[in-house]
Structure formats: C-alpha cells, structure tokens
Design a binder for this molecule. Sequence first.
Ligand SMILES: C[S@@+](CC[C@H](N)C(=O)[O-])C[C@H]1O[C@@H](n2cnc3c(N)ncnc32)[C@H](O)[C@@H]1O
Length: 170
Amino acid sequence: MIKLSYDIKNYRNDLLDLVESGDTVIELGCHLGGTTRLIPQGCSIIAVDNSPEAVDEMAKLDVDFISGDVRRHEIIGEAFKITQSCDILAIDLGGGYHPDTVFKVFYIWSSTFKPKHTIIRNRGILEFFNSATGSGEEISCEEGYLETYHDSGIPPLIKEFDLWTPKLKK
Ligand SMILES: C[S@@+](CC[C@H](N)C(=O)[O-])C[C@H]1O[C@@H](n2cnc3c(N)ncnc32)[C@H](O)[C@@H]1O
C-alpha cells in the first residue's frame, strides 16, 4: 500500500496504522525523531537525514541513524548494508519539498528495498494524485513500490539527481 498525506498528523497516523511490531522501518527525513519516537518498540529502524541537528538527537534513540543526503547513491548503499528489504518506507523531506525529487527518492528507495507499505508526506504529490484522472487502464500496485520497476538492484548511478541538482556535483 502507498499512502500520501500533507498534514504531519495524517502522516504519523498512516505510519502507525500500518506498522507492526518487529517490522523493519526505513524513515527518510527523520529530523529530530518526532515520528521515529512513535514507532513501536521491537521494530528495527533505519533513519536518514542530512540535517546536522539530527545527529545528536537521533543518537539518543535505538535506531540505525545515517547522516546524509537520501539522493546520494552511497547513502542508499549504507542503508543496504544494514538491510536488503523493509516492511515500511516512510518519506518526509518536508511537506512542501519539491514533489519531483520526493517522487524520485520514493522510486529509487522503494525499488531497492521493496517495502510492503510506503508512506509519503508531500503536498505536490498529493495534489497531483487528487487532481489527476486516470484513463481506466488497470495499472496499480498492492505493495509499497511500483511494479513498473524492473528489478535491477540499486541503480549504479542516479544520473537524474545529478541533472536536476547541479549543487550535488563534486
Ligand atoms: C519536515 S522535516 C521531517 C519531520 C519528521 N518526519 C518528523 O516527523 O518530525 C524534513 C526533514 O527532511 C530532511 N531532508 C530534506 N531533504 C533531505 C535530503 N535530500 N536528504 C536527507 N534529509 C533530507 C530535512 O533535513 C528535515 O529534517
């Protein structure tokens, strides 16, 4: 299942509705752990954020915290060393964050870790979903990733991010 929200209360409720004890959760954009702290004990949590503020706060929690940019190939690689699959992928890069980037992050991370459920907090993606009308063709997925993806593991180079975010270039 894929759940979309903008209001952080709905994002957290979506996560709590779907998560089960013992699940592996990957949380992208954990910030200071406001949502992380709500995840039931017994879950394995991999949390990622590139904010310097997150480092000390996340160190207080029993999670695998990765400090880095979720658009970077090596950050996906770091998470992949910890787990090769997850039950829940939760993405909150800021509700108003560029929807194109958030969709790309969703696509790459969900294709890699094949979550049962993905929860995304993003206004633009929700607006698009609520505004678009489909052609009636039966193309949909039950899982937290798109079946449109053809399994080829972690993409060797995320060229699209480079094109759209020149400041990432070394
Ligand atoms: C609105 S906050 C997340 C709030 C958090 N989910 C909560 O419930 O408290 C968005 C976070 O996304 C992080 N973020 C934005 N873009 C990112 C990126 N490219 N890589 C890693 N973290 C990113 C920001 O540093 C920020 O901490």
